[in-house]
Design a binder for this molecule. Structure first.
Ligand code: ADP
Ligand code: MG
Length: 256
C-alpha cells in the first residue's frame, strides 16, 4: 500500500512581482502521496492550497525543490514532455466541470482516450466499465445541459479516470455545487478510491469534503501545519476532528 505516486521534496514557490519584490508562497513543503490514498489539502484562503496543486498538476513550476510523479521528475521536464505527461498520468476535475456542450456524455467521457488514439473497442469497453461504476451509464447519450450539476461532476470524474491516471487532482471540486450535490460528488470520489483504487489529491476549504479523505493536511501560510489521519474512524468523527483543527488553525479556514 505504501508505493509513492507523488513525492514532493522541499517545494518552494516564489512569485516575482518585478525587482526587487518577491513573495515566497510555499516555504519548503514535503509531502508524499501513496498509491490508492485519498488525501485532502485544507487551509484558510490564501494559505497556498491552489499554488501547491498547480505545481503538482504542472500548470505552474516550482522555484526550488523536486516533485516526482511515479519516477518522473516533473521539474526537469520540457514543455513538450509535460503535455504528454499531463495527458497520460494526470486526471483533472475542475470546479466548472469543463464538459463540452456539443458532445454527448459518452463522447465527453471518452475524449481523453480518443486524443490518445486508443482503439474503438477498447474505448467502448472502458466507457462501459467506468460509466456503470459511477452510475452515469443511463446518461451516455444525453448532452451535458440535460444533467444536474451533480451528474455533470460525475461525468467529469468518469472522464478524469478513464485513462487510469496515476493520480486524480481536484481544486475545490464542490465549489459550484449545493450541499446535496457536493455529497454526491464526494461519494463518487469515495467510489473511485475504494472500487477503482484511484489515488486522489483534492484541495478544499470544506470540512465535509475533507471528512471523506483518508488524511487531511492543513496548510498555514505556506507550510504544512498539521495532519489528521482517518485510521479506523468513521466520517462523522473525522469531520469533528477536522473542525477542531480548523478552529485551532484560526483565520477564515472555512472560506475559500
Ligand atoms: P488558496 O488556494 O489557499 O486560497 P493560493 O494558493 O491561491 O491560496 O494563494 C496563496 C497566496 O499566493 C495568496 O496570498 C495569493 O495572493 C498569492 N498568489 C497566488 N498567485 C499569485 C501570482 N500569480 N502572483 C502573486 N501572488 C500570487
Ligand atoms: Mg484556491
Amino acid at each position: 500500500m505504501s508505493e509513492p505516486v507523488i513525492r514532493m521534496e522541499n517545494i518552494v514557490k516564489t512569485y516575482y512581482l518585478g525587482k526587487p519584490n518577491e513573495l515566497e508562497i510555499l516555504h519548503g513543503i514535503n509531502l508524499t502521496v501513496n498509491k490508492g490514498e485519498f488525501t485532502a489539502i485544507m487551509g484558510a484562503s490564501g494559505s497556498g492550497k491552489s499554488t501547491l496543486l498547480n505545481v503538482v498538476s504542472t500548470i505552474d513550476r516550482v522555484s526550488a525543490g523536486e516533485i516526482y510523479v511515479e519516477d518522473n521528475n516533473i521539474a526537469e521536464m520540457k514543455e513538450t514532455q509535460l503535455s504528454a505527461f499531463r495527458r497520460d498520468k494526470l486526471g483533472f476535475i475542475f470546479q466548472e466541470y469543463n464538459l463540452l456542450d456539443t458532445l454527448t456524455v459518452g463522447e465527453n467521457i471518452t475524449l481523453p482516450l480518443n486524443l490518445k488514439g486508443v482503439s474503438l473497442s477498447k474505448t467502448k469497453q472502458a466507457l462501459e466499465v467506468i460509466s456503470k461504476e459511477l452510475g452515469v451509464y443511463d446518461q451516455l447519450d444525453k448532452f451535458p445541459y440535460e444533467l444536474s450539476g451533480g451528474q455533470r461532476q460525475r461525468v467529469a470524474c468518469a472522464r478524469a479516470i478513464i485513462t487510469s491516471p496515476a493520480i486524480v487532482l481536484a481544486d475545490e471540486p464542490t465549489g459550484a455545487l449545493d450541499s446535496k450535490n457536493s455529497r454526491i460528488l464526494m461519494q463518487t470520489f469515495e467510489l473511485m478510491n475504494k472500487s477503482l483504487n484511484s489515488t486522489i489529491l483534492v484541495v478544499t476549504h470544506d470540512a465535509v469534503v475533507g471528512s471523506y479523505a483518508d488524511r487531511v493536511l492543513f496548510l498555514k501560510d505556506g507550510n504544512i501545519w498539521s495532519e489528521v489521519n482517518r485510521g479506523d474512524r468513521d466520517r462523522k468523527t473525522m469531520y469533528r476532528e477536522i473542525l477542531s483543527v480548523m478552529a485551532a488553525l484560526g483565520g477564515d479556514a472555512d472560506v475559500r
